[in-house]
Design a protein around this ligand. Structure first.
Ligand code: BGC
Length: 271
């Protein structure tokens, strides 16, 4: 295989927000394996971000870590400036940083509501707006990619599936769905591709209580027709593909990587 096949993101530069752990870390590593240099963004876990950078460098890739809270406008602007200073240009931005602050609606505090909306929705807007401002200034370089830039939002099956006890999270993810489509429609003519990935239940720390232990796992598997929990690489593979020219005609869509979780598993029999 020549390099454009084995390393379809060769010489491209990527920023992955919230990539010191979980799905973000896997995406950072996968993009690097496919040839991209990666900025590993973190908010508070500098040590974990450094570990991700080290693992990328150990495999012969290029990466650096940069701290920034994605809900803070000037911090996001600083993060993009740092990427431009280090890389010269950015080709791929993955908005991934996300949190959960679960509570029944009656007890949900404004603080819990705001924390989730600020990071999971406003953070995506801020990252996407800076990406757009940068991509709009950059020349298309066909040797790198047919697009001027690619934005990937990591959404969730909960952009579609309502989630009792997690209304702040579901509201943010529903917002991401329309942010994806509206932004894609707005910027496609400038050859900027905006898409989203909606992961289902992926084995990470954020949902540990949903899969740790046989009882929790068997309950969870009832929601997944494919009958296995997702792994971070399932999502990372999809991100690498969406970022590549193999997906050049994929614009404004959400790719569900969920083992069929959105297929109304309760209807597999009856109905
Ligand atoms: C949430 C997880 C949850 C999964 C499926 C994700 O977006 O972060 O906690 O397990 O959706 O419900």
């Amino acid at each position: 295989m020549n390099d454009s096949h084995s390393k379809p993101l060769k010489d491209q530069n990527a920023l992955v927000t919230g990539s010191s752990s979980g799905i973000g870390a896997a995406i950072a590593r996968k993009l690097a394996q496919h040839g991209a240099a990666v900025c590993v963004n973190y908010r508070s876990s500098a040590d974990c971000a450094d570990d991700v950078v080290r693992s990328i460098v150990a495999e012969g890739g290029h990466a650096f870590a940069a701290g920034a809270d994605v809900s803070d406008e000037s911090a996001v602007q600083g993060l993009f400036s740092e990427c431009v200073a280090r890389f010269g240009r950015l080709d791929i931005v993955v908005a991934n940083a996300g949190i959960q602050r679960d509570a029944p609606l009656e007890q949900m505090t404004l603080e819990q509501w705001r924390a989730v909306i600020d990071v999971n929705l406003t953070g995506y807007f801020l990252s996407a707006r800076e990406a757009l401002r940068l991509f709009a200034k950059q020349e298309i370089n066909p040797a790198l990619s047919r697009a001027a830039g690619k934005i990937i939002f990591i959404s969730s099956v909960h952009e579609l599936i309502p989630w009792a006890g997690h209304a702040n999270y579901a509201a943010a993810k529903g917002g991401i769905m329309q942010l994806t489509k509206s932004m894609a429609q707005e910027v496609a003519s400038r050859r900027i591709r905006v898409n989203a990935i909606a992961p289902g239940a992926i084995r990470t720390d954020i949902n540990r209580q949903a899969w740790e232990g046989p009882d929790a796992l068997s309950k969870l598997l009832k929601l997944i027709p494919y009958n296995r929990i997702g792994e971070v690489d399932d999502v990372a593979e999809a991100a690498a593909w969406l970022a590549s020219d193999a997906a050049d005609y994929v614009v404004g869509t959400t790719l569900f990587v969920d083992g069929g979780m959105v297929l109304y598993p309760g209807f597999a029999s009856g109905g």
